[in-house]
Design a protein around this ligand. Structure first.
Ligand code: UDP
Length: 328
């Protein structure tokens, strides 16, 4: 079996990636410091607890498993926190990725799949957000991811590190078998917060601003089902490992935008319950609209999103939510 080192494999997207990797015949080796991840989510391969900034620990794990490639998910990823504590984002995301890249090339592992973000594009009016759009991040989260993309290019030039970069739009939904799902503490993401509010697990949802220049005044995002997203990662891995293709950047979005209000409306339809909510102030660092303007992943990787319609994403997230997640 081919080992793949999955940093952040105990997190939301990383744990779904491990499930997809196992189904595709790989052995996912999770490397996670459990600061935001959950050991209960590591179900599909070995677990090695460790921090990206701990180079000696990383060297040990590379030596033990000799992974054929790295899938790098581990990162701090909250826009609000990034505005308040930018240093943490530069330290953990950029410093941690540097340590990982150095350990990787030192171990002779030169295939890398990286989770970047549409937050690297920032707020650009009337610009089609394809992979050639300028990267003008509004917050330290996006800036840290852009810096790691730069690092990957430099490591390719120096050490031949081949990489696939995925710039995610918004990720939602959960494994339809509900073995893993979205679970953050604190939760900051829209879909789980909407479901918590519906279920009375928290007070009303605060809508962060309804005075944006959008049809209903709330921010617009492009939501992708986590299972479709991780399927793209397996395709990206095969692009590098099996096909020996060159480094490439892919947006992962559907090209359809949903406003915060539209997400709430859809959640009401799926669950049959109202979303208690209040209108609050804008959240610093938020872009008005982020919608992918590219079909490169479909055209070149053969990616076909299967569950990324809003009703399915919310239904899957709701089924996971009802199961009680890892809250025990
Ligand atoms: N949002 C909101 N209330 C919340 C959380 C999020 O109105 O409690 C909005 C947020 O302003 C953004 C969208 O929902 O427009 C998605 O936010 P999320 O944090 O889920 O993802 P992001 O777009 O920041 O990656």
């Amino acid at each position: 079996m081919t080992n793949i080192l999955v940093t952040g494999g105990a997190g939301y997207i990383g744990s779904h990636a491990c499930k997809a990797l196992k189904a595709a015949g790989f052995t996912p080796v999770t490397y996670d410091n459990l600061v935001t991840g959950w050991e209960e989510a590591v179900k599909f391969g070995p677990f090695e607890k460790g921090d990206l900034l701990d180079r000696a620990r990383l060297d040990e794990v590379f030596a033990t498993y000799k992974p054929a490639a790295v899938m790098h998910f581990a990162a701090l990823s909250q826009v609000g926190e990034a505005m308040r504590q930018p240093g943490q984002y530069w330290h953990n995301n950029v410093g941690g990725s540097l340590s990982l890249l150095e350990a990787s090339v030192a171990a002779g592992c030169t295939k890398f799949v990286f989770s970047s973000t549409c937050a690297t594009y920032g707020d650009q009016d009337n610009v089609v957000l394809d992979e050639s759009a300028p990267q003008l991040p509004l917050n330290a989260y996006g800036a840290s991811k852009r810096a790691i993309e730069d690092m990957l290019r430099d490591f390719e030039a120096a050490y031949g590190l081949k990489h696939v970069v995925f710039r995610y739009f918004n990720v939602a939904g959960a494994d339809p078998e509900a073995e893993v799902g979205e679970f953050h503490r604190p939760e900051t993401h829209l879909v789980p917060l909407v479901l918590d509010a519906i279920d009375g697990k928290r007070d009303a949802l605060t809508v962060f601003g309804d005075d944006y220049a959008t049809p209903d005044g709330t921010c617009i995002r492009d939501y992708v089902h986590v299972c479709d997203l991780v399927d793209a990662h397996v395709l990206g891995l095969n692009w590098l490992l099996r096909d020996g293709k060159p480094s490439r950047v892919f947006n992962l979005g559907t090209g359809s935008g949903f406003s915060v209000r539209e997400v709430m409306d859809q959640a009401e339809q799926v669950t049959g319950k109202a979303v208690p909510h209040v209108i609050g102030a804008r959240r610093a660092g938020d872009c008005t609209k982020l919608v992918s303007g590219s079909t490169r992943a479909e055209a070149e990787l053969g990616w076909t999103p299967k569950r990324s319609d809003m009703a399915t994403m919310i239904a899957d997230a709701w089924a996971w939510h009802k199961k009680g997640h890892f809250d025990h």
